[in-house]
Ligand binder design. Sequence first.
Ligand SMILES: [Zn+2]
Length: 188
Amino acid sequence: MLTSLLINDLGFADQAKIILSPNFDNRPNKSNINLIVIHNISLPPRTYGGNSIIDLFTNKINPDDHEYFKSISNLKVSSHFLIRRDGSLIQFVSCLDRAWHAGESTWNQFNHCNDFSIGIELEGSDYDIFEPEQYKCLEKLIQSILKKYPIECIVGHSDIAPSRKTDPGPYFDWTRIESYAEKLPYKR
Ligand SMILES: [Zn+2]
């Protein structure tokens, strides 16, 4: 379990395993990081463990490995963070850079949420509860992000792209992070 977590000045969490994704670019405004977006992901859906999420974010998905992969093998996507089922933390993109996790999206009348958000993927699905170890890691990660950047709100992917996205889904327990969200200027 992570005892404490610190985001360094390069935008990396000191206790995360770093696996760099090529799928990122510059934020239009490096100092404008004010939103956390929570997602779920599993590939194929509801299959846990294995390396397919890492493969997706590093453009190494093999379309021949599974029927489901054929539809996603050309995607160029990433997230800043992934929290696996065992609570371990992987970082793919520096928080200072723009990861490609939100797609077309709107928060508080601002479009293109990737420009100003940090994306956190939980290994999971809309149909399964998340593991206690994942919440423990998520809480530490959120605390460390709030210390480092002027976050104004914590939302789910479905909040900023409601016509396209359903994650983190009905099993994500928002009450676990409500204590942080209460201190932020905007409610999800
Ligand atoms: Zn998502």
